[in-house]
Design a protein around this ligand. Structure first.
Ligand SMILES: Nc1nc2c(c(=O)[nH]1)N[C@H]1C(S)=C(S)[C@@H](COP(=O)(O)O)O[C@H]1N2
Ligand SMILES: [Mo]
Length: 301
């Protein structure tokens, strides 16, 4: 899959050297694994991605707990206390409980994943995330028979989250994935970006990243993860089910009722950069299309 966007910066220009070197080693390692299916596909998809600047990634955000404007999260999120932090894991799991961040992180392999982020508002970015696979966490807590979905909730703390002092959304922000989507190796729990701890406006200390879905599925500042049997509530789907479905897979062929989803504007691309064609499943079609075999994606949008 070719990416039409070309930045004048190379990856090395915008990435701390040690990460760049790690990535080159990683790429060298993974090209040996070409043909191993998914790993090869991911390496190829990542090769063409040039990350947005740290500046862009941390100053153009959606995080309604801190306001509805794109610059509100950067302006207001420093008030959030992210240490100590704990995450409740409950529902159909062998090891339910309240885990500290340190306990969640223990033994997890933190890697860098450069993913496209495509917002439902038709802008996009490329972000070098650091994090671990959600599958590793789910395996550790022990998913029980009968669990079909994973539900997530964001912190509710209006004293530190000014957006929560108003009824902009029905707090807490909630999201959900089908269990097979959650177990997919592309699904990441992000703990950092550009090799640094996750800035508050990007969802510190722990947020979900699901690169083939619209950005709103990637819930920030998570405090609860529940394994459940039924499809859970998801904030934007509850708010406006006609405009936002539960699946929310990036799909250039299924328009949002109020605008086309066929093209996107790359954040930081400059005034004359034009628009890029949006790719099916945000460019991750080879890796994830099989999850939706036989489903009508204009019904399950
Ligand atoms: N808790 C919470 N998570 C959230 C949001 C939000 O308002 N609250 N916004 C979502 C939307 S619409 C997008 S596009 C992405 C943006 O992630 P970023 O700021 O890291 O680019 O976060 C998602 N996660
Ligand atoms: Mo979004």
């Amino acid at each position: 899959m070719a990416y039409r966007y070309r930045s004048p910066l190379t990856y090395a220009d915008v990435t701390p050297k040690h990460i760049y070197m790690n990535r080159r080693q990683l790429m060298a390692g993974s090209s040996a694994l070409l043909g191993a299916g998914l790993i090869g596909g991911r390496a190829r998809a990542q090769e063409a991605l040039e990350p947005n600047s740290f500046e862009d990634i941390t100053n153009y955000n959606n995080f309604y707990e801190f306001g509805t404007g794109k610059t509100d999260p950067a302006a207001n999120a420093s008030s959030l206390t992210t240490d100590p932090w704990s995450i409740e894991v409950d529902g159909l799991v062998d090891n339910p409980g309240t885990y500290t961040m340190a306990e969640i992180m223990e033994g997890m392999t933190i890697e860098e994943r450069i993913y496209r982020l495509r917002c439902v508002e038709a802008w996009s970015m490329v972000v070098p995330w650091n994090g671990f696979e959600l599958a590793d966490l789910l395996t550790r807590v022990g998913v029980q028979d009968g669990a079909q979905y994973v539900a997530f909730e964001t912190l509710v703390r209006p004293e530190e989250m000014p957006g929560q002092r108003r009824n902009i959304l029905d707090w807490p922000y909630r999201e959900g994935l089908r269990l097979d989507e959650a177990m997919h190796p592309l699904t990441l729990m992000a703990t950092g970006l550009y090799g640094e701890a996750l800035p508050n406006q990007n969802g510190a200390p722990l947020r979900l990243v699901v690169p083939w879905k619209y950005g709103f599925k990637s819930i920030k500042s998570i405090v609860r993860i529940s394994l459940v049997a039924e499809q859970p509530e998801a904030t934007w789907n509850m708010q406006n089910p006609r405009e936002y479905g539960f699946y929310s897979n990036v799909n250039p062929n299924v328009d949002h009722p109020r605008w086309s989803q066929a093209t996107e504007r790359r954040v930081g691309g400059g005034l004359f950069s034009g628009r890029d064609e949006t790719l099916m499943f945000n460019g991750y079609e080879d890796e994830v299309a099989a999850l939706y075999d036989g489903m009508d994606l204009s019904v399950y949008y």
